[in-house]
Design a protein around this ligand. Structure first.
Ligand code: IMP
Ligand code: MG
Length: 183
């Protein structure tokens, strides 16, 4: 994929900035959860690159699991319709849980996940999200660990997609909707 094929307005967060922030978050999590043997849950699919980099930087005993809420089905706006396409393998009762997400936008997805996981009686439950679009929030979300607050623009890369493409970009960029419409 050559750069001219990527419909971006600009790069918002560089590869270097992502690496630095991920390391900072991992250091903080390692301090906060030492001795607690936490379980990190990757919210598929958007969080997958962030999750992997975060995990490599943790220096505590921990486990991993995966969960998949339904996606936007290609739209630029949240549908608000949330259900689970894939559930956890592990029993999280009594465990210290950290939900790792790519981005919190309206907050609908994360609130659904939090309510769902709370019914399983974890010892604690926190959210670690790479990106936060606070302007677009419809429901408040308690997010303890946040990478970057970003403006209300549609972004792709480092796990985030537009119609399932561009997840593999090593940076986060702002999608250029005009370039997409011309295609
Ligand atoms: P929410 O329910 O509106 O908070 O949406 C959260 C989910 O929507 C995220 O986990 C992403 O998968 C997706 N999403 C929200 N904003 C963007 C974006 O700018 N680019 C790509 N995906 C997004
Ligand atoms: Mg997501």
């Amino acid at each position: 994929m050559s750069n001219k094929d990527i419909p971006l307005k600009k790069i918002l967060i560089s590869e270097e900035q992502l690496a630095k922030k991920t390391k900072e978050l991992a250091d903080q999590l390692s301090k906060d959860y030492v001795g607690k043997d936490p379980i990190f849950i990757c919210v598929l699919r958007g969080a997958v690159l962030f999750f992997s980099d975060l995990m490599k930087n943790l220096d505590i005993k921990c486990s991993m699991d995966f969960i998949a809420p339904s996606s936007y089905s290609g739209n630029l706006e949240s549908s608000g319709v949330v259900r689970l396409l894939l559930d956890l393998r592990e029993n999280i009762k009594g465990r210290h849980v950290i939900l790792v997400e790519d981005i919190i936008d309206t907050g609908l997805t994360m609130n659904y996940m939090i309510e769902n996981l709370k019914t399983r009686k974890p010892a604690s439950l926190e959210v670690c999200a790479l990106l936060d679009k606070t302007e677009n929030r419809k429901q408040p979300v308690a997010t303890k660990y946040i990478g970057f607050k970003i403006p209300n623009e549609f972004v792709v890369g480092y796990g985030l997609d537009y119609q399932e493409f561009y997840r593999n970009l090593p940076y986060v960029g702002v999608l250029d909707e005009q370039k997409i419409q011309k295609k």
